[in-house]
Design a protein. Structure first.
Length: 317
């Protein structure tokens, strides 16, 4: 599900992912289609976005991150150990310093899950995760700057081609020419997320989701334009990093600025549009949550607690 599309913003969790496919949640936000964002998004998406198996996803995250990056940049034999070492350092830092914090957030969400919620409560989770984004990004700055500077023109063309393919796939999944087919696909994605969090939904709950998607102001064309803007920014940054004569600090500032821009609104009008969508998402999700039975809410609470336990299993002794 795309950011802005009517979404499950269950306290603390949104969107789904499968091992090897990351998504930034509305509270964290996305699918990772930009090279500079991939590591960050693969981490956030893998275990904070409705994955059915946190242990499987996070346990394989380093391998999947390498596979994902190499698939797009086609690293040379000389670059491979450097990239793999950077990935290992990032995950080591995350396990040592960040997992406990995320597990605590999940447990707070689990505590609230059995109760009715308001849209205001749900929207407070968005800045909770945004505040953590800068910490994650800062740990990526040095390796992105260093490795990005080593990419050859051929590798940059490979990145551009892979980004174009990702955009083509996104169009296929979200911009079907038949509007009814597009609606059905969006409903199917949301039902899958809801089932993951709450368990089996009844007919009335499914109908509510279908109607919510139909009423949603989310515009896939605008989302496509934002993705295209992010791709242009990413490619421009990678090309700038590869230019000779830059100091290490200059390259790091380029990388930092680009990483922080990715996934952010590209204009004031887009920012206002996104704020309106977030508010609508929070209202929709609060109402959906409040339509759940006590058993379904308990299922959500246990799912959140299980994710927290799984995460803590990765904390070094």
């Amino acid at each position: 599900m795309e950011m802005g599309e009517t979404a499950i913003i269950k306290p603390g969790l949104t969107r789904s992912c499968r091992p090897g496919i990351s998504a930034t949640a509305a509270a964290v936000t996305p699918c990772a289609i930009r090279l500079l964002r991939w590591v960050f998004a693969s981490v956030l998406g893998l275990w904070l976005a409705g994955c059915s198996s946190v242990q499987l996803a996070y346990g394989n995250a380093q391998t999947l991150t390498w596979w994902w990056l190499d698939r797009h940049a086609d690293f040379t034999a000389e670059q491979k150990p450097q990239v793999q070492a950077a990935i290992d350092r990032w995950y080591d830092w995350h396990r040592r310093t960040q997992i406990q914090d995320l597990a605590q957030l999940l447990e707070l969400a689990a505590r609230d899950a059995p109760n009715e919620v308001t849209a205001t409560q749900l929207c407070t989770w968005i800045p909770q995760f945004e505040q953590r984004r800068s910490r994650y990004v800062e740990q990526l700055v040095a390796p992105v700057a260093e490795i990005g500077a080593q990419l050859s023109p051929q590798q940059l063309r490979q990145v551009e081609a892979r980004l174009a393919k990702t955009l083509q796939d996104w169009r296929r999944d979200h911009l079907q020419p038949d509007l009814e087919e597009r609606h059905e696909a969006a409903v199917s994605r949301l039902l899958e997320r809801a089932d993951t969090v709450y368990g089996r939904l009844d007919r009335a709950q499914k109908d509510f989701i279908g109607e919510g998607v139909r009423r949603s102001a989310w515009d896939p064309e605008r989302s496509l334009a934002e993705r295209q803007a992010d791709q242009r920014d990413t490619l421009a940054t990678l090309k700038a990093l590869a230019q000779p004569g830059l100091s290490a600090s200059q390259r790091q500032e380029l990388a930092r600025s680009s990483l922080l821009r990715l996934g952010q609104p590209s204009s004031d009008s887009q920012r206002r549009y996104r704020e309106q969508l977030y508010a609508a998402q929070c209202r929709f999700t609060a109402e959906l949550h409040n339509r759940m039975t006590p058993k379904q809410r308990d299922h959500a609470a246990e799912r959140l607690r299980s994710w927290a336990r799984d995460l803590r299993g990765f904390v070094p002794d």
